[in-house]
Write a protein that binds this ligand. Sequence first.
Ligand code: AMP
Length: 425
Amino acid sequence: MPFDSLGLAPALVQAAAESGYAAPTAIQAAAIPAILQGRDLRGSAQTGSGKTAAFSLPLLQRLVAERAQGSRRVRALVLVPTRELAAQVGETMRSLAQHLPERLKIVVAFGGVSINPQMMSLRGGADIVVATPGRLLDLVDHNALKLDAVSTLVLDEADRLFDLGFAEELGRILALLPKQRQNLLFSATFPSAIQALADGMLRDPAVVDVQGEPGTEPNIVQRVIEVDAIRRTQLLRHLLKQHEGEWDRVLVFVATQHAAQTVAEKLYKNGIYAVPFHGDIAQGTRTDILSQFKQSRWDVVIATDLAARGIDIAQLPVVINYDLPRSPTDYIHRIGRTGRAGESGLAISFVSAATEAHFRLIEKRQGLSLPRERVEGFEPTEVAVPVVDASGTGGVKGKRPSKKDKLRAAAALAAARGETPEKND
Ligand code: AMP
């Protein structure tokens, strides 16, 4: 099915073609006509499936058709959970809008950088604002924009925006919007609790779920390597050296900002171009790191889950879970950074005796059972620690722990403490 059969204006079809989109993806084919009709929508699709264009193309068309009279009032608001995603969505929208007969003003706003240029760019109004929730509210508080004319609200990575961390901000923003509006919610995953919240916002929505449809599954090979926790950095170095020239860019996920720093430093000292990426790094540097990584000026980025959402790095061949993610949902988001837009990708997870049970949960959620691999010279020696109760008098019923059991449990607890997930990303 070609793009021009979806009811899109020739200027948008031309921009899609120039972006290299030969035909609509499954989510685009299903969502674009419904959005053009003005319907609410809940869209679930694998990450990398073309969600941004699925809402941007019809949104741009509607905004041009319903030309605002007089001054520019914000008619479309796109909320995203991370700064990088805001920049990326804004860029995609601008490039899709370039041939429209009417120039639409698209303003991108996110925190971590000075608010003044964003306030300046909102002078005289805007047609579309793409923003992270916190900075959007700051701008509202500075009277830099009003949201009372928003006719379409898009929540990209909606499940994350419904998370506790954003709940209050999202509530404040929703209260500022007109009640009568079109709501478009997109996410790769809609866990059931989130789905209930989402459905509460939607009116007779078109539900588009292209998960698992032929042609929508990203082509990602998942591998699991058993290794002792303490030897993971060495194994990582070994794999990077072994696949030099073949893995031109690698994204490694760790659990903490501290781990991102230390692992990156160790690799760098060993002649590997690795850089950390996490929420404690200044926004300007974060932006630079991502664009340099996209240009292959860094070979390896060691990131927290901050980099797990929405970020599009074309031809990223490998994602490595140095630390496992907290949840099966986060796992899907992480590995979705590779194998995007029909490319193939590889996701490797390091599993130790202490994290084996957690990985089994991740597998179970996907209905998978992956073979465990070992790398010569890195065979694990640790054994799983029996669960010890809080009193420390013994976790296995009827059996008192030996001194060795206690030592192992203490080591496991220390390891777990070292992997406390970071906050404030
Ligand atoms: P997204 O899911 O929006 O992050 O998009 C993932 C990638 O797919 C981006 O690099 C887009 O440029 C690309 N893409 C979006 N739509 C299409 C299409 N119809 N054909 C080919 N690539 C596309």
